[in-house]
Every structure is written in C-alpha cells, then in structure tokens.
Ligand binder design. Structure first.
Ligand SMILES: Nc1ncnc2c1ncn2[C@@H]1O[C@H](COP(=O)(O)OP(=O)(O)O)[C@@H](O)[C@H]1O
Ligand SMILES: [Mg+2]
Length: 155
C-alpha cells in the first residue's frame, strides 16, 4: 500500500458565534506550528481560517446560531483546513468568490480573495448536510519525487 495515514488531525465543533472565530483561528495556527511553516506563513494561515470561519458565523445562519466544524490535517507535506457549516449555502459559488462581491453592504466582499491569496488551493462547495464547505490547503514541503521501484525488487 502506498497511501500513508495522515500525520495529524484535529477537529473542532464551534457554535457560530463571533467569539469562536478567534478560538478556531488560534487552534489551527497552533496546530500548524508543528509543521515546517515560517511565522509569516502561520500569520497568513491564521487570516485565511479567520475569513472562512467568519463567513460561517456571519452568513450561514441568518438570525440563528448553528454548528461550524473545522478540521485541520497535516499530511504529505501540506496543511489542509476544512470549514463546514449546515447553513443556507451559497447559490452561486463563482459569483460569491469574485473580489468585492458581498450580499452584506456592511462588508467588503474580500474574504474569498484573502483565502485564495494566502493558501495554495481553495475549494468551495456544498457541505455534507447542506450548507457550505470550504477546503483550503497550503504546502510546507515540496512534493516528493516520484518513487521508482526499490533496488532489488524488480519492476
Ligand atoms: N458559509 C457561508 N454561508 C453562506 N453564504 C456565504 C458563506 N460564505 C460566504 N458566503 C457568501 O459569499 C459572499 C462573499 O463572501 P466573502 O468574499 O467572504 O465576502 P463578505 O463576507 O465580505 O461578504 C458573502 O457575502 C455571502 O453572500
Ligand atoms: Mg467574508
């Protein structure tokens, strides 16, 4: 088998309250610190997580609170962070991802732009039980070279 298990995973479940944005941001930053990221990298990861969790807090559950699940995974040279809610979802994801697009005139509409700027890869789609799921990843180690057959094992 080539598939290696994840090196480490944390999963947090938070109520969609503003006070919990900092909790999620700090937990993921502390978790990511065990990998080979610089302090500047960690600050960028912190901002990206903050934007994704803020979106779940602010947009997912209008007029109520709900659960936000944050999963962070260190595996195969990268950090992956998943932020999932069970809220109203996003009808038009490409439009929502456009810079300066917002459904709330009090906001700037730059959350997804920040996530894209600070992470290598950002995916946005429906969650497992409705709502929205954002998956972001950032590498801390170069991709491993393709392994050839081990010496003496033939090919
Ligand atoms: N978790 C979410 N649930 C529902 N709608 C969301 C969610 N995240 C983002 N959105 C929608 O995408 C839009 C753009 O998000 P973003 O770029 O972070 O800008 P802002 O939060 O400033 O509006 C939001 O205005 C909102 O309509
Ligand atoms: Mg936002």
């Amino acid at each position: 088998m080539n598939a290696r298990p994840p090196e480490n995973v944390i999963r947090l479940e938070l109520l969609s309250l503003p006070a919990n944005v900092g909790v999620a941001r700090n937990a993921v930053a502390t978790f990511a610190s065990q990998a080979d990221f610089t302090l500047a990298d960690i600050d960028e990861i912190r901002l990206a997580v903050s934007e994704a969790v803020t979106n779940a807090v602010v947009h997912a559950y209008p007029g109520r609170t709900g659960w936000v699940r944050v999963t962070a995974r260190l595996s195969e040279g990268q950090l992956q962070v998943e932020v999932e809610d069970e809220g109203i979802g996003i009808a038009d994801v490409p439009r929502a991802r456009q810079a300066a697009y917002t459904t709330d005139p009090e906001r700037m509409g730059l959350g997804f732009s920040f996530m894209e700027a600070f992470m290598d890869h950002v995916e946005v789609g429906p969650g497992a039980s409705g709502g929205t799921r954002v998956v972001m990843s950032r590498r801390f180690a170069p991709l491993p070279a393709k392994e050839g057959p081990a010496p003496g094992q033939g090919g």
